[in-house]
Design a protein around this ligand. Structure first.
Ligand code: HEC
Length: 179
């Protein structure tokens, strides 16, 4: 190849460059999110988190897709169990003892409420915001697991089984103290 070819190539380089920048501008701007602080960047953090749930996580029945339930259980036990209990039924969230609601019910029946509360909390009710504490992928697993928690009050059988377990433990404790 002679030097003329290289000269032409060198002259057309700026054109190629301009076309590439133009493409990046057109395609990049439409397919990706707007630059933070730009005119198109109008969604708040809450909007983005809630939209993520609706567009990427929920199936048509309101069930979280793609959650690792085993990891979700471990994370729930570590982060949520201290207040909400092993099965999410320590706190009745409805405040009405005849019609109790637990986080299992909220996660299953009202996933957006659950998602909002886990992310942003409610200082009046005493629920902490976790958006800066728990990464998104872990939240997905926790939400998926929470949908499998019981949604109804303890049945008579469950209560009886718990009482039996309690009395066994108590007798063991008594024996241990006597020795
Ligand atoms: C320090 C205690 C504490 C911890 C830890 C905690 N919560 Fe809560 N949570 C609360 C309190 C208090 C409320 C409000 C209870 C009320 O209003 O009766 C609440 C309410 C909620 C609600 C609202 C449910 C509804 O139907 O209104 C959701 C959802 C929830 N918590 C999810 C979680 C998840 C998920 C975790 C773990 C990542 C978690 N919480 C950890 C104390 C806690």
């Amino acid at each position: 190849m002679d030097w003329k070819f290289w000269k032409k190539l060198a002259c057309s380089a700026p054109v190629f460059y301009a076309v590439l920048i133009g493409l990046d501008f057109c395609i990049g701007e439409t397919s990706e999110k707007p630059a933070p602080g730009s005119a198109g960047d109008t969604l708040s953090v809450v909007d983005k988190r809630m939209a993520y749930l609706v567009y990427n996580l929920l199936d048509s029945n309101g069930i979280i897709m793609g959650a690792d339930l085993e990891r979700g259980e471990r994370l729930f036990m570590r982060n949520c169990r201290p207040c909400h209990g092993d099965d999410g039924r320590r706190m009745n969230l409805s405040g009405d003892m005849w019609h109790p609601r637990y986080i299992g019910s909220t996660a299953h029946d009202e996933a957006p409420t659950f998602w909002y509360m886990m992310n942003f909390g409610d200082s009046v009710r005493g629920m902490l915001p976790y958006i800066d504490e728990i990464p998104l992928d872990e939240m997905i697993d926790i939400a998926g697991f929470a949908q499998t928690l019981p949604r109804h009050p303890w049945s008579a059988e469950e209560a009886a089984a718990a009482m039996r377990e309690d009395s066994i433990l108590e007798s063991r404790r008594k024996k241990a103290n006597l020795q």
